[in-house]
Design a protein around this ligand. Structure first.
Ligand code: ATP
Ligand code: MG
Length: 357
């Protein structure tokens, strides 16, 4: 029918019994790169993905989500999409992010000015630095889970509504196979720290959701070693750019059939398949020119705050309030791994390992 009508493609749907709807597609919205002329701003908590095959906008919500997995061949468009997606949240004062670049390069440089911690270059090759930055997030998660009712009045931070004081924390680990795949570690000592990083990531994905922590794992080597299957299964948003094999697509998307027309195998740069709550959609991600992204992010750098410091302030405030009212106070035991930063306010005389109750 498409050649008779001289269009690229005709689709037929039956929206109501006996009513047939013909859609004549004259061009493929995914065929050519889309260059943005201004950074996109997320609506609510919907992270934009790009446009679908009908030219409509596609987005995946990160509200109440444990994590996001992103996979695809080198040059497939993963880091560019991460920059576009995080950039869309940069204006929110209730979002903070930690960036870790497993490639030890500068792919996420454009986002750095808005990160409370950016681990890149040689530092990203130091497994202990990476472990410590994730331990900070685990501390934040534990303290939030333990003190949630006193801090924000709900067990789940998403129910309370993230705020400047209690922001959503997005933890991005680009090229996560550098840490999570045991084969990346040449020595016994490195393997031991790698195993610690692996268990931290698993714990954050498993328990972090209600504490407002969203883990984003991206890899050019999508296998069950780089993204553990159980971790992937906990991530409601999955994004797969071009891959070579069905196995690689499955490692990112979960269920995947080669018979499906919606396939990321051999896709052009910037084109991928996303799985949002189990539904798969083919999309093209727009490209944000680097200087535009940098400008946008630089202008928002005033919103950066270390979430551990914010938590310490909130706990101090809670302790002070409870002391005034004579109620039992919440506990206070926080230490930030980054000694160059201002340490969180602490109760006088409290040493690390002690806890006040
Ligand atoms: N959505 C897009 N539209 C057009 N071009 C793109 C898009 N995404 C990426 N590119 C181009 O492809 C290049 C590689 O993209 P990117 O760095 O995102 O790949 P990657 O998947 O992160 O690769 P690696 O695994 O090597 O880090 C970019 O520098 C850019 O020139
Ligand atoms: Mg990259």
């Amino acid at each position: 029918m498409s050649s008779a009508l001289r269009v690229r493609e005709v689709t037929v749907a039956e929206p109501r019994a006996g009513v047939f709807e013909l859609a004549l597609r004259v061009r493929d919205p995914l065929s050519a790169p889309i260059l943005l002329t201004a950074p996109q701003i997320a609506r609510d908590w919907d992270i934009p993905l790009g446009v679908d095959e009908h030219g409509g906008a596609v987005a995946g919500s990160c509200r109440n989500v444990s994590g996001v997995v992103v996979g695809g061949v080198p040059g497939g468009g993963k880091s560019a999409w991460l920059a576009f997606a995080l950039g869309s949240l940069a204006h929110r004062e209730d979002v903070q992010w930690l960036l870790i670049d497993g490639k030890q390069g500068y792919d996420l440089d454009g986002l750095a000015a808005r990160a409370y911690r950016y681990v890149s270059g040689d530092e990203a090759g130091d497994l202990e630095v990476v472990r410590d930055s994730l331990q900070d997030i685990q501390t934040l998660m534990r303290e939030r889970l333990r003190n949630a009712p006193e801090l924000y009045g709900h067990a789940n931070l998403w129910s309370a509504g993230p705020s400047r004081l209690h922001p959503v924390v997005v933890v991005v680990i680009d090229e996560c196979q550098a840490y999570l795949d045991a084969r990346s570690h040449p020595t016994k000592d490195a393997k031991a720290v790698g195993a610690e990083i692996d268990s931290l990531v698993r714990d954050l994905v498993k328990r972090g959701r209600s504490a407002g922590i969203v883990v984003v794992l991206s890899t050019q080597r999508p296998t069950a070693d780089s993204i553990p299957t159980s971790t992937r299964d906990n991530c409601a948003l999955r994004v797969c750019f071009s891959v070579r094999t069905r196995e690689a697509a499955t490692s990112v998307l979960g269920e995947f059939s080669t018979e499906s027309e919606i396939s990321p195998i051999g896709a052009p740069t910037g084109v991928g398949v996303s799985s949002i709550d189990g539904e798969q959609i083919r999309f093209r991600s727009p490209f944000v020119p680097d200087n535009m992204l940098r400008q946008h992010i630089q202008a928002l750098r005033g919103l950066v705050a270390n979430p551990l410091e914010l938590l310490a302030d909130a706990l101090m405030e809670s302790v002070r309030r409870d002391a005034e009212s004579g109620a039992d106070s919440c506990s206070l035991d926080i230490q930030c791994s980054d000694a160059s930063r201002r340490m969180p306010a602490r109760e006088p005389g409290l040493e690390r390992g002690d806890s006040a109750s």
